[in-house]
Write a protein that binds this ligand. Structure first.
Ligand SMILES: [Zn+2]
Length: 222
């Protein structure tokens, strides 16, 4: 069991980060305790309160991939205070749950039969709070995870770096063969100096070139 957020579905990872941010903003000292579980880890939890001591904490068997945690589409949280992790005397879990719900997540406190206040899951992947749809479509969590695509937004700085590189490439690029003769004519007419012929031009340069062309046409008439 782990709290490694990189094992969450990329969208759930974003929602989890936003959940933490908004909780902190609201003065709720939250800690994400668990994200992804393997089948063996889920089975160990299932045994608790059944074949092993402790109280029952899950109704999901690992081998059936019944827990949304096995699919990377759920995470658990607690209060980030040692010794008071699950203290709910001030409604901490409902307050956090409401924040999760405002992000479109389903809160485990709203389960009718198995209330699970420290739990949030992504309903988009879990119709009727069930992993059945995932299981019938993908078979195993591994196959589901293979379909995940990172949707990483390009930052402005990254975009600038790409543009700079692209411009540098264009500065030394050659124009197509068929355009060379016409380009030479344009140079002879004084429209352009012919350097860096593949570089992009701003409007002012295009306007000046058009003006030069018009002037060349006038001079030809005269
Ligand atoms: Zn959970």
């Amino acid at each position: 069991m782990g709290r490694d957020k990189s094992r969450l579905h990329p969208r759930v990872r974003e929602l989890c980060a936003e959940f933490e941010r908004r909780c902190r903003e609201a003065g709720l000292n939250v800690l994400v305790t668990e994200t992804f579980r393997t089948a063996a880890e889920q089975d160990a939890l299932y045994a608790q309160g059944r074949t092993k001591p402790g109280s029952i904490i899950t109704r999901c068997k690992g081998a059936d991939y019944q827990s949304p945690h096995q699919w990377g589409v759920a995470f658990d949280f607690c209060r980030n205070v040692r010794g008071r992790e699950y203290d709910d005397s001030d409604g901490f879990f409902r307050k956090c749950g409401e924040i999760g719900k405002s992000l479109g997540l389903f809160w485990g406190g709203d389960f009718r039969t198995f209330v699970d206040k420290p739990h949030l899951e992504w309903p988009e992947a879990l119709p009727q709070n069930s992993t059945k749809a995932l299981k019938s479509k993908y078979g195993t969590p591994e196959r589901y995870m293979a379909t995940w695509k990172e949707e990483k937004a390009v930052t402005y700085e990254e975009f600038l770096a790409h543009m700079t590189r692209y411009n540098a490439e264009l500065a030394t690029a050659e124009p197509p063969e068929w355009a060379r003769e016409e380009l030479a004519e344009a140079v002879a007419m004084g429209i352009t100096d012919g350097t860096r012929p593949m570089q992009l031009i701003p409007r002012y340069q295009a306007a000046i070139m058009a003006k030069r062309a018009a002037k060349a046409a006038e001079q030809k008439k005269a």
